[in-house]
Design a binder for this molecule. Structure first.
Ligand code: FES
Length: 71
C-alpha cells in the first residue's frame, strides 16, 4: 500500500485491489485499487475527497508514504 499526500489536496491511497470500509456499524468491501481521502475537511463525501478542497483554497505540502514489511 502506498499513500501520496497531494499538494493542496487529498490523500491518494493505492491498495492491492480491494479494501473494507467500516463506518459506524456498516461495513462494505470495495474493489478499487485507488481512492482519495479528504484531508481538508470540506468534502460532502467523507471520508473520500470530492474536489471541494479546490474551492476551499486548502493549502498543505505534499509527501509520499510507502509501507514496507518489517524485517
Ligand atoms: S481533500 Fe479534497 S475535498 Fe478535502
Amino acid at each position: 500500500m502506498k499513500l501520496t499526500v497531494r499538494e493542496n489536496g487529498s490523500i491518494l491511497v493505492e491498495t492491492n485491489g480491494s479494501y473494507v470500509l467500516r463506518i459506524g456499524d456498516q461495513e462494505q468491501t470495495l474493489e478499487k485499487a485507488r481512492f482519495s481521502l479528504c484531508r481538508c475537511g470540506h468534502s460532502a463525501q467523507k471520508p473520500f475527497c470530492d474536489g471541494a478542497h479546490k474551492a476551499a483554497g486548502f493549502e498543505a505540502p505534499a509527501c509520499e508514504i510507502e509501507f514496507q514489511p518489517l524485517p
